[in-house]
Design a binder for this molecule. Structure first.
Ligand SMILES: Cc1ncc(COP(=O)(O)O)c(C=O)c1O
Length: 371
């Protein structure tokens, strides 16, 4: 039997080889590698895709979050409310800005931030809410936007896993003050290396982001604030422009494969992801739950199937974050999820037959272990 790897980035690029080669050749021909026409065009195209007025291309998703916080002047003494059930980068970015991450629990259906928990953790030091559209599903934003409005807080969306995901018919990224995207190679829209973007419809924030990403320069050698070097390469922008043209078709394929899994795993005893009615799920990950997760993962691995855990240790229980003072039991839903979740292979290049084989093995495992 052929192995079924969790991802197939090689396959995706083989299919686009001619288009990508031409895009790269164009950049080599022009000889401009930093902040040139490809970056400017990709900023405009991707911002339009999200529905925001402007986009500022940066070096990674982590930088997008960090610079978004800095653009809002959030730093030491400030608190930012976010989740522990996320990629560590979300919380690392808050720490990079010098602010204190206040980690709250999630809604067990969507795995995303629980608005009631947010409301309970607002203090006079709170400056922003940082919801994460995890696994490709939008956060229920309305209650968060309402809280932010009432308390004068910024909303910074972490959209690293949700390119094209919709909330109430509009794409994520343009709902909050700022939307932060990662184009890490495994994302639904991935570069050939690291890259990220912040989208916003606030011209003042876009202006600050452009300063922050390049040494604080408004013009060359004239810094007006303390900036960084966090620019997207022309080569990455050129490749991302090619891939953006395929994103909607890839999303449609992801959704089709997710439906296939749902159909095949319907009565299997594993818990399937909830696709909540307020949004359009883009299935960055297809995450099931099983109380015997580790044994199931092992069973799949023995059959050559790559399944992963996103994420095995909630951020508050990781060594670096002990200082936050949240021990085991502090965020029960996040902690329980971390022990049961399993991401099955799902990417646009995956064949229907592969989904059928994975689903059959999951079913077989559950029938056997239940009996
Ligand atoms: C939810 C989330 N936030 C932030 C990031 C950070 O993005 P990057 O790896 O591009 O720095 C990632 C991806 O790793 C992510 O999944």
């Amino acid at each position: 039997m052929q192995p079924i790897p969790f991802l197939d980035l090689k396959g995706q690029h083989q299919a686009l080889r001619t288009e990508i080669d031409a895009a790269i050749a164009g950049v080599l021909e022009r000889g401009q590698f930093i902040l040139g026409p490809e970056v400017a065009a990709f900023e405009a195209e991707f911002a339009r895709y999200t529905g925001a007025a402007d986009g500022v291309a940066v070096a990674s998703g982590t930088d997008a979050l960090h610079l978004a916080l800095r653009a809002c002047d959030i730093g030491p003494g400030d608190e930012v409310i976010t989740v522990a059930h996320t990629a560590g980068a979300t919380v690392a970015a808050v720490v990079m800005a010098g602010a204190r991450p206040v980690l709250v629990d999630i809604d067990p259906r969507s795995y995303t931030i629980d608005p009631e928990q947010v409301a309970r953790h607002i203090t006079p030091r709170t400056r922003a809410i940082l919801p994460v559209h995890l696994y490709g599903q939008a956060v229920d934003l309305a209650p968060l936007l309402d809280l932010a409005h009432r308390h004068g807080l910024r909303v910074i969306e972490d959209c690293a896993q949700a390119h094209g995901a919709e909330y109430r018919g509009r794409r994520v990224g343009g709902w909050g003050d700022l939307g932060c995207f990662s184009f890490y190679p495994t994302k639904n829209l991935g570069a050939l290396g690291d890259a990220g973007m912040v989208v916003t419809s606030d011209p003042a924030l876009a202006d600050r982001l452009r300063l922050l990403r390049q040494y604080g320069w408004r013009e060359r050698d004239r810094a007006v604030l303390h900036g960084y070097n966090s620019r997207m390469d022309e080569l990455q922008a050129a490749v991302l422009r090619v891939k953006l043209r395929h994103l909607d078709a890839w999303t449609a394929r992801r959704r089709e494969l997710a439906q296939r899994y749902r159909h095949l795993l319907g009565e299997s005893g594993v818990a399937l992801p909830d696709a909540l009615p307020y949004g359009l799920h883009v299935y960055h990950l297809f995450v099931i739950r099983s109380p015997r997760r580790d044994a199931l993962r092992q069973h799949l691995s023995e059959q050559g199937i790559g399944a992963m855990v996103h994420y095995p240790v909630p951020v508050h229980l990781q060594e670096a974050y002990r200082g936050l003072g949240l021990g085991p039991g502090a965020l029960p839903i996040s902690e329980r999820s971390a022990g049961e979740i399993l991401s099955l292979p799902l990417h646009p290049e995956l064949a229907d037959a592969a989904v059928e084989r994975v689903a059959a093995l999951v079913r077989e495992f559950h029938t056997r272990t239940e009996g």
